[in-house]
Design a protein around this ligand. Structure first.
Ligand SMILES: *[C@@H]1O[C@H](CO)[C@@H](O)[C@H](O)[C@H]1NC(C)=O
Ligand SMILES: *[C@@H]1O[C@H](CO)[C@@H](O)[C@H](O)[C@H]1NC(C)=O
Ligand SMILES: *[C@@H]1O[C@H](CO)[C@@H](O)[C@H](O)[C@H]1NC(C)=O
Ligand SMILES: *[C@@H]1O[C@H](CO)[C@@H](O)[C@H](O)[C@H]1NC(C)=O
Ligand SMILES: *[C@@H]1O[C@H](CO)[C@@H](O)[C@H](O)[C@H]1NC(C)=O
Ligand SMILES: *[C@@H]1O[C@H](CO)[C@@H](O)[C@H](O)[C@H]1NC(C)=O
Ligand SMILES: *[C@@H]1O[C@H](CO)[C@@H](O)[C@H](O)[C@H]1NC(C)=O
Ligand SMILES: *[C@@H]1O[C@H](CO)[C@@H](O)[C@H](O)[C@H]1NC(C)=O
Ligand SMILES: *[C@@H]1O[C@H](CO)[C@@H](O)[C@H](O)[C@H]1NC(C)=O
Ligand SMILES: *[C@@H]1O[C@H](CO)[C@@H](O)[C@H](O)[C@H]1NC(C)=O
Length: 557
């Protein structure tokens, strides 16, 4: 009975415990922000994004007790960025030169019709002729070296007789997850030597609008592609919240439940470090982790400069992937089922409450209670989730980094940005923000990243007139104008329409948020900036290439 009475009424304890560590840092940010903003009258300062590898992150976080999470926030790394080898992808699915030639032999051998290019047929191309697709596939392989092609749809008519629209799924070679992205382009087809098809020109990213419809698998190709019965919904991201279901299924489960602790509204690094500790413990105990999908986003990442509660985990991370690789249940659903059970049954469900992080996961291994409920009521910093994974537990608990990928919706924006540059761009990461202001720890950073110095230095590293993507936390859009005399400069804000009110992202996140528009916040900005940066052909880093200051301040390198 007591257990039931003390059921929390709030619904989302999990994400909330994670965020406090950042606050200290944030406050400093905040002070600077106010200064800067007043001066340049910009209402919002993106945080200095983090550029940590998992190793650095682990180091920073293992000095746990007094962890300040002073990690670099200029880049956001998640599971897909940390794996060394790309996720498994059956090679049979890759469309390679070899595969094309094999199916070409097979298919063309049986084609009775000889191409007739003498009788003015140049203006009319039969897009469903398999030979058209072969030349397009070969053309793409030659032009887009940084892309892995996974499957093609059947070409359809473009707007003119000699144009064909084709869609395909692909993955950037730098993408470490198995997720697929879509492009559809318009090709102009002509005739080459010996009356064969050639691609005479190709339009840009998402230009083949007639092929935009969800594709059906191609008929008659077996050497590559997927079985023809399969239907794809690549645009459909299925991150619905799973439901536990019946009483008896609920009762059969074993759960690990973390109440909201001191981490709530701390920085995202803190959130991830704590969340993955909880999830790691659940996996160690073979239990389902009760997860709060509602996150409190710390002030640094918010244009409003205030902590904001009620952010959906799915805005930032790939919940579909998480569901697939880890056993989790949404806290709201869990609470509903728990209450229902206790209302319908004489005997309450067996619960063990754990009040201190000093009770280790190893001590809980033998516990048979249906619910293990860790409560985090002690004063800070005793109430951080990640404390559970300290000390001896650290040897047993693995944080499942691989379970955490960035949201596919954000990654679609990344794909769109890099796709519009045809994946042919270089990037420079310019860290400014609060570090540039702090002359004590970073004495040269500000001047080393001044417009004139940037131009001089980048000129030595990047060819003129390349596409140059600038990932930065510098809030002033025109700051990089000097570089425009030598490069085609691209900044995140040039792609605003990808998240503004006419975008797919806007529509989809709005649906997640019960019809309320979702703000494209600082954390999302950094996540997208980071991934575009990772996809560049040449990458110039602030702390190795632009300045001799150390990343973590004077004398740290
Ligand atoms: C954490 O800080 C407290 C108080 O400042 C200090 O007594 C303690 O030794 C510190 N712990 C570590 C691991 O540095
Ligand atoms: C070509 O035609 C022959 C005879 O109709 C058939 O047996 C063979 O499977 C066909 N090959 C392909 C690749 O369609
Ligand atoms: C186009 O090619 C397909 C496949 O070879 C063939 O079935 C179709 O009849 C052709 N259409 C025209 C108009 O030639
Ligand atoms: C595509 O264009 C050709 C030639 O213009 C035409 O014969 C054919 O019907 C068109 N196909 C579709 C699906 O509109
Ligand atoms: C065109 O045909 C000739 C003779 O059959 C051959 O030598 C040549 O390689 C062919 N050219 C192409 C581009 O296929
Ligand atoms: C989404 O995934 C859930 C399982 O997590 C499944 O039950 C549901 O049918 C899926 N929805 C769609 C539209 O595929
Ligand atoms: C969890 O399951 C695995 C395999 O089913 C087993 O080896 C392991 O001992 C289990 N751990 C606990 C804590 O029950
Ligand atoms: C989108 O926002 C613009 C201004 O930012 C506004 O004028 C327009 O009406 C909005 N459109 C919709 C569909 O909400
Ligand atoms: C977004 O939703 C509106 C209304 O439902 C629709 O008119 C619009 O086409 C959608 N935009 C995108 C890009 O999906
Ligand atoms: C940046 O510095 C690193 C380390 O010194 C070096 O390996 C890399 O080539 C440099 N990048 C460019 C674009 O020069």
């Amino acid at each position: 009975m007591k257990e039931t009475n003390s059921l929390p009424t709030t619904t989302d304890p999990i994400g909330q415990n994670l965020i406090k560590v950042f606050s200290n840092v944030c406050f400093t940010f905040f002070v600077f922000s106010v200064l800067i903003f007043t001066v340049i009258a910009i209402t919002y300062k993106p945080p200095d994004p983090w550029l940590e590898t998992s190793n650095a992150l682990t180091l920073a976080f293992t000095q746990v007790e007094n962890a300040t999470f002073k990690t670099d926030t200029s880049v956001i790394s998640t599971g897909e960025d940390l794996v060394l080898a790309p996720a498994v992808s059956p090679s049979a699915m890759l469309i390679t030169e070899d595969a094309i030639e094999k199916s070409e032999e097979r298919v063309i051998g049986n084609l009775s019709s000889i191409l007739d290019c003498d009788n003015g047929g140049v203006d009319i191309v039969n897009c469903s002729d398999p030979r058209v697709l072969f030349v397009i596939e070969k053309f793409n392989l030659k032009v887009f070296k940084s892309i892995v092609f996974l499957e093609y749809g059947v070409p359809v008519n473009g707007s003119k007789g000699n144009e064909c629209d084709v869609s395909w799924k692909f993955r950037n070679k730098k993408e470490k997850s198995w997720r697929k992205y879509r492009d559809f382009r318009r090709f102009r087809i002509g005739f080459g030597e010996n009356c064969s098809y050639v691609v005479t020109s190709a339009k840009g990213w998402h230009s083949g609008i007639n092929a935009r419809q969800p594709m059906r698998p191609r008929v008659g190709r077996r050497g590559h592609g997927l079985p023809r019965t399969q239907v794809y919904h690549d645009d459909q991201i299925n991150d619905t919240i799973p439901v536990v279901g019946s009483d008896s299924t609920f009762r059969k489960g074993k759960y690990l439940y973390y109440s909201r602790g001191g981490d709530y509204c701390k920085g995202m690094n803190h959130f991830l470090w704590s969340f993955l500790c909880g999830l790691g413990e659940a996996q160690y105990l073979n239990r389902t982790f009760v997860m709060d999908l509602s996150i409190c986003l710390a002030a640094t990442y918010n244009p409003s400069n205030k902590d904001e509660e009620g952010k959906d985990f799915r805005y930032y991370f790939d919940f579909e992937h998480l569901k697939e690789v880890a056993s989790i249940v949404d806290e709201d659903e869990f609470m509903k089922d728990w209450k229902k059970w206790d209302a319908n049954h004489k005997r309450n469900i067996p619960v063990r409450k754990i009040r201190s992080h000093k009770i280790t996961p190893m001590q809980l291994q033998k516990d048979k209670s249906t619910i293990l409920w860790r409560q985090f009521d002690a004063p800070e910093p005793e109430n951080y989730w990640y404390r559970v994974c300290e000390g001896k537990a650290a040897k047993h608990i693995q944080r499942p980094w691989h379970a955490l990928w960035k949201s596919k919706r954000l990654m679609n924006i990344v794909s769109e940005i890099s796709g519009r540059m045809d994946w042919d761009f270089d990037a420079v990461h310019v860290v400014r923000g609060e570090k540039a202001q702090n002359k004590e720890l970073w004495p040269h950073l500000d001047s080393d990243t001044s417009p004139d110095n940037l131009l001089t230095k980048i000129k030595n590293m990047i060819q003129p007139w390349r596409n140059l993507y600038i990932a930065t936390n510098e809030p002033f859009y025109n700051y990089f104008d000097k570089l425009r005399s030598q490069y085609k400069v691209h900044l995140l804000d040039d792609y605003k329409e990808l998240w503004e009110n006419t975008s797919e992202w806007y529509n989809e996140t709005k649906t997640l948020n019960n019809g309320q528009p979702v703000e494209f916040d600082g954390y999302m900005r950094v996540a997208v900036d980071t991934e575009v940066l990772y996809r560049a052909k040449n990458r110039v880093e602030t702390f190795y290439n632009l300045t001799s200051d150390c990343k973590d301040g004077v004398n740290t390198c």
